[in-house]
Design a protein around this ligand. Structure first.
Ligand code: ZN
Length: 137
């Protein structure tokens, strides 16, 4: 069954660390081993995994994305958020993380980020688990 995490962004571009919320879901569901699929059902947001210890990294990523895809350019999309759609496609809307012994298998410095590109908004992140079936041997 799909579980949802609610996320509230406060600015137009913002990375929100959702690692603890997803780890909490793993615990609630009692999953010891398997795969966790994380999906953002939005066209102007994304999901990425990157440095969680030094928050200046996420700022650098946002700065680089904005240099690559400026707010104002010769876009056809008239809603005024073409940059957000493009950033969403560049970053991607899903990630897969392994679960081992009840824990998300992330590197020491890794965190899972919800990436807002057209905030502030109320958003949802869909999470689905696939449990490992233990073999008898
Ligand atoms: Zn749009």
């Amino acid at each position: 069954m799909v579980k949802y995490i609610n996320v509230k962004s406060r600015t137009r571009n913002e990375f929100i660390d959702i690692t603890d919320k997803i780890q909490e879901l793993v615990r609630e569901e009692g999953i010891t081993g398997g795969i966790c699929s994380i999906y953002v059902p939005h066209t102007t947001a994304g999901i990425t995994i990157n440095e969680g210890a030094d928050t200046s990294v996420q700022r650098d990523i946002q700065t680089a994305l904005t240099k690559l895809v400026p707010l104002e350019a010769d876009y056809y999309h008239r809603e005024g958020n073409a940059d957000a759609h493009i950033k969403s496609t560049l970053v991607g809307v899903s990630q897969v993380v392994f679960i081992e012994e009840g824990k998300l298998l992330l590197g020491t410095w890794q965190a899972i980020y919800f990436c807002e590109f057209d905030g502030p908004r109320h958003r949802r992140v869909a999470v689905r688990f696939l449990k490992t079936i233990k073999s008898s041997s």
